[in-house]
Design a protein around this ligand. Structure first.
Ligand SMILES: [Zn+2]
Length: 259
């Protein structure tokens, strides 16, 4: 499971889903919502299907449906990306508003609403980090910010040193320190940056491990308490990841803009 994939694709900008707030939890527009899982046209039970299995009519968005349910997936963190992509393309085509130009007003609205939910759901689930964040948010478990400002205990010393080096660099810059001094400080910061990048890779591995524990717990129909415990662990790992990533970005910024 490649938790670093997003980072690799977007090295400079912060569009990686860890830092951005993933799309809001799906909430269907109130006008088209129906709580029933029966076809509005022929009353056949539709389950999570977007189209009635009997008459084929498009169904309005389901109240309380989440992104996993949207794709007919269990709330697991291991997702077959090829299958997800295929399903996305197939649904994109089927739900496309062009197919509903001559349909009723409410069917046209369903097509628009579902197409928009489809895009949000796909964007979130295809990204392993956004997927974890989303899963936690569904249970109200994502508490980013609460502990965000605290350095992870095992990194306290490094963080302290890093902040010192950053201060020194800024001081040297404002008092026009010697070129040799600046170079030494920059080298120190680069070393720290690499150190934190490797911490980030470790955190990603840890997250992948907890994620696979989570899937196993679902398979084993684990108790609520066990699942809550795993979610708390994931939340903690995500906070740590976010903290370290901010550090790495801060140093990078300082090194790039510092000249
Ligand atoms: Zn029907």
């Amino acid at each position: 499971m490649g938790f670093g994939a997003c980072k690799a694709e977007t090295p400079q900008t912060e569009v990686c889903a860890t830092e951005t707030l993933f799309p809001k939890i799906m909430s269907a527009p109130s006008t088209t919502v129906t709580a029933s899982a029966n076809c509005w046209n022929c009353s056949t039970a539709t389950g999570d299907a977007h189209f009635c299995p009997s008459c084929g009519k498009i169904q309005p968005p389901r109240r309380g449906a989440d992104y996993f349910a949207f794709f007919g997936l269990p709330r697991k963190l291991t997702v077959d990306l090829a299958a997800l992509e295929q399903r996305f393309h197939s649904l994109s085509w089927k739900l496309h508003p062009d197919h509903f130009v001559r349909a009723s007003e409410s069917e046209r609205q369903s097509s628009l609403d579902l197409s928009s939910q489809l895009n949000d759901a796909y964007r979130t689930l295809r990204d392993p980090l956004a997927r974890v964040e989303y899963l936690l948010s569904l249970s109200g478990m994502r508490k980013e910010g609460q502990k965000k400002q605290q350095a992870p205990p095992e990194l306290l010393e490094e963080v302290f040193e890093l902040n010192e080096s950053l201060d020194e660099l800024r001081d040297a810059r404002s008092s026009s320190g010697s070129e040799a001094q600046m170079q030494a400080l920059r080298a120190k910061l680069e070393a720290a940056q690499h150190k934190f990048e490797s911490s980030l890779a470790d955190v990603d591995k840890e997250l992948a491990r907890v994620a696979s524990d989570w899937d196993a717990a679902l398979d084993a129909a684990a108790h609520e308490a066990a699942r809550k415990n795993l979610m708390e662990r994931m939340n903690e790992v995500l906070n740590r990841r976010s903290y370290i990533r901010n550090l790495v970005n801060g140093v990078r910024q300082e090194l790039v803009t510092g000249d």
